[in-house]
Write a protein that binds this ligand. Structure first.
Ligand SMILES: Cc1cc2nc3c(=O)[nH]c(=O)nc-3n(C[C@H](O)[C@H](O)[C@H](O)COP(=O)(O)OP(=O)(O)OC[C@H]3O[C@@H](n4cnc5c(N)ncnc54)[C@H](O)[C@@H]3O)c2cc1C
Length: 481
């Protein structure tokens, strides 16, 4: 299939979720594909992200459940004090990582993708440099090149990491030890998930957030409910508006706290460990993007809706970028979707991404999820497009399944247009919120209206009835009905 003058039809740089999906999809469609990876196959998600963190959450979530004597006693269950082995929990995560990494590598090999080990870079149009770990450097040619080099943890200036007492999620997923007192810098989804893990396993947590409220990226109404349960109800001291301006590793770790706005020194605290969870930065500096004249924005590669790399807003032929390195909704399923879309366009099938319908989830106990517009963005859209915004709330405490589980602390907020019923977004906090959001994501993808959705019958008793109730409430609020 390869065009005569090229080594490959497609070279993908980076074998994370974005690169994996692109390479597999292309090979399944008959292209001759090479994929370059400098570290472990599977990238962040498999080795240092979704997979190990969810394994830790699964185990620590069970510990939390079994240790919650008061909750269990409401069912009439009395268990012995819960005991757990940290090393076995860590082993569970590590074993899962290696199983998934092996499966993913075999899947690529079976599809006929050639795995090339080393650091990839651009060398000019349709040319890729490969530096192997042996030091051998080659230039390969490909009709198309996809950049899928992902991201790394961001460590703010003033913070020194040593990987043992001050570390990022890259090390936290190994659960090498359980500090008695750990400070988590940042209250985004990674900080929240690790706070869930650490508190379930008996650690005290101080959460430091620079912005003026804890969980700043989440819906404010959900945050009120979620902080009550996920933060105030646990061994967490959360403080907003404070900057961890200097962190010195050691025993103890010293943290200098300053007021975010004035930058005035507030106090120094000493803890056993610090997890820095302050966001992620794109991995693009090794790519020699200058050779193609590509200008990044804070390291993120500009792309259009078809994943074509842009220079001055114009697409460059045969160069594509997907995943975290593009900075759009930095999630594994976004990267994978972008990878497939890039390949569809390479194959000549014009295809565009729909970011609005990509859901996001935080796997705390209980979970938080969202899709589509935030309430403030929906309000802006409503005033721009001159329609009335509808907002309804559906509560888990009115749901039979949640009540049966004695776990009815939760809410769903649905945003919709009052003129035609179109669903614009949803935000859920509660049991299995990460699964529940998918139904709304599908509706947003199809730009469906509650007028259609309200007729869909939901199984009783299931949590999905929380969504059904929201659709029914929205229906009652439609203009002219
Ligand atoms: C703790 C944590 C938990 C997370 N949980 C979730 C979750 O539950 N759900 C979810 O959807 N997302 C989650 N994410 C985010 C998710 O991991 C990323 O969005 C996803 O991995 C991005 O995929 P990617 O392919 O763009 O990049 P990556 O997975 O980062 O892969 C990029 C790959 O490219 C390689 N590479 C980089 N430069 C070069 C080069 N020059 N040459 C060769 N190879 C190179 C890297 O070694 C890496 O393997 C989590 C992230 C973290 C950190």
């Amino acid at each position: 299939m390869s065009e005569a003058n090229f080594d490959f039809d497609l070279i993908v740089i980076g074998a994370g979720y974005g690169g994996f999906d692109a390479a597999k999809h292309a090979a399944d469609h008959g292209l001759n594909v090479g994929i370059i990876e400098s570290r472990e196959m599977g990238g962040t998600c498999v080795n240092r992200g979704c997979v190990p963190s969810k394994a830790l959450l699964a185990a620590s979530g069970r510990v939390r459940e079994l240790a919650d004597a008061e909750h269990l006693s409401r069912f009439g269950i009395h268990s012995a004090p819960v005991r757990f082995e940290r090393q076995k929990i860590a082993d569970h995560a590590n074993d899962l990582v290696s199983t998934i990494r092996t499966n993913l590598t075999k899947t690529l090999e079976r599809s006929g993708v050639k795995i090339l080990r080393g650091i990839g870079r651009l060398e000019g149009p349709q040319q890729v440099g490969l530096r192997e770990s042996s030091g051998v450097d080659k230039t390969l040619t490909a009709k198309d090149v996809i950049i899928a080099t992902g991201s790394d943890p961001f460590v703010p200036p003033g913070i020194k990491t040593d990987g043992r007492t001050v570390f990022t999620s890259d090390e936290a997923v190994n659960l090498e030890w359980l500090p008695r007192w750990i400070a988590i810098i940042g209250s985004g989804y990674i900080g929240l998930e690790f706070a869930d893990i650490y508190t379930a396993l008996g650690c005290e947590v101080s959460m430091i957030e620079a912005l003026d409220r804890v969980m700043p990226t989440f819906d404010p109404d959900l945050t009120k409910l979620a902080t009550r349960h996920l933060i105030d109800g646990r061994d967490i001291d959360a403080r907003a508006g404070l900057l961890a301006s200097k962190i010195t590793p050691g025993c103890p770790v010293r943290i200098e706290l300053s007021e975010m706005k004035s930058r005035e020194f507030v106090e120094e605290i000493e803890v056993d460990a610090v997890l820095v969870a302050t966001g992620r930065v794109p991995r693009s500096d090794e790519l020699n993007l200058n050779s193609m004249g590509v200008k990044t924005t804070r390291g993120f590669i500009p792309i259009d809706e078809r994943m074509r790399v842009l220079i001055n807003e114009k697409p460059i032929p045969h160069l594509w970028a997907v995943g975290d390195v593009t900075g759009k909704l930095m999630l594994a399923h976004t990267a994978a979707a972008q990878g497939t879309i890039a390949v569809e366009n390479i194959l000549g099938n014009s295809s565009e991404i729909d970011y609005r319908s990509i859901p996001a989830a935080t796997f705390t106990h209980p979970e938080i999820s969202s899709v589509g517009f935030t309430e403030s963005d929906a309000k802006e859209l409503a005033s721009k497009d001159q329609f009335e915004l509808g907002i309804v709330r559906s509560y888990f405490k009115a749901n039979s399944k949640a009540l049966a589980e004695l776990d009815s602390d939760g809410m769903m907020k649905l945003l919709f247009r009052k003129d035609n019923g179109e669903v614009l977004g949803a935000h859920i906090y509660g049991l299995h919120a990460a699964d529940l959001i998918q139904e709304v994501a599908n509706a947003v993808h199809r730009r469906q209206s509650v007028i259609e959705l309200v007729n869909e019958v939901h199984t009783h008793p299931t949590l999905s009835e929380v969504v059904e109730v929201a659709y029914k409430q929205a229906m009652k609020q439609l203009n002219g009905r």
